[in-house]
Design a binder for this molecule. Structure first.
Ligand code: NAP
Length: 272
């Protein structure tokens, strides 16, 4: 099995990387950063997000494993003090995996005849900072509303616990192949109207934004942002591609949500 180790720059992650590297060499794994079968990330969800984009054009051959050096994350199943168990699991690997949906973002810019395509693991947002963002929103090709406000966020199920959640979006179980649209600071009064609540869109529907004129829109795709080009249209769909994780252990999704946002029962227990 060919393994790549992808760590963030923090000293703790670098120390874990060094230890893990030694263990892999001792057990005769092949370290191959270019064409790996398994990518082990060390850090947090942000590190897994960076690794996903680094290996974006190899998603069909790569499975990911996340080791966290802080709190339990949504893409990280192993603690840094469990790397011996992780190495043993990798040695008896039988290619079991679990996969999650991704978001395809297809953009038609005014200055190019070709659409540009991006892939998001968490979400893509469209914002305009210098003035109110105005965009028509279509669902399944039908005009739904004219949005005025700061911006809009379209997220995947696994991204629903990230930016989407800060915007009041619902947390979505990653077994569901859906997209969610959440508003960022919409204007609602007697003149302007938006739905004003997050929407969950069915797997075979697609979302289209046709923004007003201006080249000061900001398009984000996970941690990346794209500026200063006039956007004619953005289409969002559930991608045909998926992200695969090696499945040696499986933390129940709602347990992860509870751990990240609520805390354990013991921490919270009060006499009723
Ligand atoms: P960052 O600012 O370093 O990370 C933002 C935070 O989001 C980190 O705490 C990260 O967890 C967490 N996170 C990432 N993916 C998550 C997920 N799927 N579920 C729950 N939490 C998640 O930036 P970054 O590392 O480049 O990450 C970019 C992400 O930041 C974007 O995709 C977006 O979701 C998020 N973001 C959130 C807001 C907001 O909530 N207002 C605003 C902008 C961007 P770790 O600490 O484990 O890495």
């Amino acid at each position: 099995m060919k393994i790549a180790i992808f760590a963030n720059k923090r000293a703790k992650s670098q120390a874990v990387k060094k230890k893990l590297y030694q263990k892999f060499v001792e057990r005769h794994f092949v370290i191959d950063d270019k064409e790996p079968d398994v990518v082990v990330t060390i850090g947090g969800d942000g590190t897994l997000l960076s690794a996903f984009h680094h290996y974006e054009d190899k998603l069909e051959q790569v499975r990911f494993v996340g080791v966290h050096t802080g709190h339990l994350g949504f893409y990280t199943d192993w603690r840094d003090d469990e790397i011996d168990d992780l190495v043993i699991s990798l040695q008896s690997d039988n290619r079991q995996s679990i996969s999650y949906p991704l978001l395809e973002v297809s953009v038609k810019y005014a200055d190019s005849p070709r659409r540009e395509r991006y892939l998001a693991l968490n979400e893509s947002t469209l914002k305009r900072n210098s003035a109110t963002m105005v965009t028509d929103v279509y669902i399944g090709g039908e005009l739904f509303e004219r949005f005025r406000g700061d911006g809009l966020c379209v997220s995947t199920p696994t991204g629903s616990t990230a930016y989407n959640k800060s915007l009041g979006g619902a947390v979505v179980h990653p077994n569901l192949e859906v997209l969610q649209i959440a508003e960022i600071g919409s204007i609602n009064n007697r003149v302007f109207r938006t739905l004003s609540s997050p929407m969950i869109v069915a797997p075979n529907d697609w979302i289209t934004f046709r923004p007003g004129k201006g080249s000061d829109f900001v398009l984000t795709v996970d941690s990346e942002s794209y500026h200063n080009r006039q956007i004619c249209e953005i289409q969002y769909k559930v991608s045909k591609k998926r992200i695969y994780f090696a499945k040696y252990r499986h933390t129940h999704f709602w347990r992860r949500v509870q751990d990240a946002f609520i805390g354990t029962e013991d921490e919270n227990r009060m006499d009723l």
